[in-house]
Design a protein around this ligand. Structure first.
Ligand code: SF4
Length: 331
């Protein structure tokens, strides 16, 4: 059966022969220290989480693309994002160009704070064929950036860079978002700014992705606590993440619940439905609460999309993944 994700529910498409999306984390460095982000934790806390600030070697990225290309993978999305700022990576436009050249995905996307978006870099990303630029604003004034992100920003110069990209792009979609916590009531200014520099814009709710940070203390109007927690986290059933050091992990949580392998020694595509990945998914089907890192993760409560819920399908999915595991282990 051909699976059309536009019309079908995720559980009807599992097990997927390849992930729908691969997230590349090219940088674990960030030039901001946003209040709600991992980068606001102390060095000791980051160390305790095993978080190491580093850039991805281009060779590591190239290997992932080669592996996917050799296997004929064509994803829905290849997304440059991560626990750092992708535009800090010196080779980011070359990374986009390579993914486009190899036709890795329907959509190549970058998630960024846009502070490094010089005219030169904009020209390079547009020429590389970037499909979507997703900009996370941390405010609509210099003062808000100072408060939320701890940075001194010339807001007019920053906005001119974004406008330049928008005015010079060809097919790239520019999506600008801000979280309610950063907006602090400045909706009208946000709307006015986005009208001149984006194709799509949205106000999103802050999600407590970093367990150590209490969003309720940062803002009274975040949605923390309003959603029912899902038994199963569906993220690892449709995505894979590549860390700067080459580690491959099953989701984009700030602390990975498992490491499936490393691109330097493993074929990226073979890690999808490797026995360690299937065993992790089977544990997930027993309930995310039974996996130490997942137990304290906000994604099952806040981060799942409509149509991706797997609760109620655990038994049939366990059968399917057990069969897959038997095949994998018989090889
Ligand atoms: S619950 Fe969180 S840590 Fe566990 S798989 Fe889902 S996103 Fe990852």
């Amino acid at each position: 059966m051909k699976c059309n994700m536009e019309r079908m529910q995720l559980h009807q498409c599992l097990p997927l022969p390849a992930p729908l999306s691969v997230h590349i984390f090219p940088s674990f460095f960030c030039n901001f220290k946003c209040q709600y982000c991992l980068h606001n934790l102390s060095s000791e806390s980051l160390e305790a989480k095993g978080f190491q600030k580093q850039f991805m070697d281009f060779a590591v990225y190239q290997k992932a693309i080669q592996d996917m290309s050799a296997r004929g993978w064509h994803l829905k999305a290849l997304i440059f994002a991560g626990h750092g700022e992708p535009l800090l990576h010196p080779d980011i436009s070359a990374m986009v160009a390579l993914a486009k050249e190899k036709r890795i995905a329907d959509r190549i996307e970058i998630v960024t704070n846009a502070s490094m978006l010089t005219h030169k870099l904009s020209d390079a990303l547009i020429a590389a064929g970037l499909d979507r630029l997703r900009i996370s604003l941390q405010g609509v004034t210099a003062q808000q950036y100072q408060t939320i992100s701890g940075v001194e920003l010339d807001f007019d110069a920053f906005w001119e860079q974004i406008r330049y990209f928008y005015q010079h792009k060809t097919d790239t979609e520019v999506y600008i978002k801000i979280i309610d916590l950063a907006l602090q009531g400045a909706e009208e200014r946000f709307e006015a700014l986005c009208r001149e520099a984006s194709d799509v814009h949205a106000i999103e709710y802050a999600i407590p992705f970093v367990p150590e940070i209490d969003l309720g203390q940062l803002s009274g109007n975040c949605k923390q606590g309003n959603r029912q927690r899902s038994n199963v986290c569906s993220m690892p059933f449709y995505m894979m993440i590549l860390y700067p050091n080459g580690d491959v992990v099953p989701c984009c949580a700030t602390q990975p619940p498992a490491v499936l392998g490393n691109i330097k020694t493993d074929d990226f595509t073979e890690l999808w439905h490797s026995s360690q990945q299937i065993r992790f998914l089977l544990r997930q089907l027993e309930g995310a609460g039974g996996i130490p890192v997942c137990d304290s993760c906000a994604v099952p409560a806040f981060g799942l999309q409509e149509g991706d819920y797997l609760d109620g399908c655990e038994s049939e999915l366990k059968l399917a993944y057990k069969t897959l595991l038997e095949k994998e282990e018989a090889q």
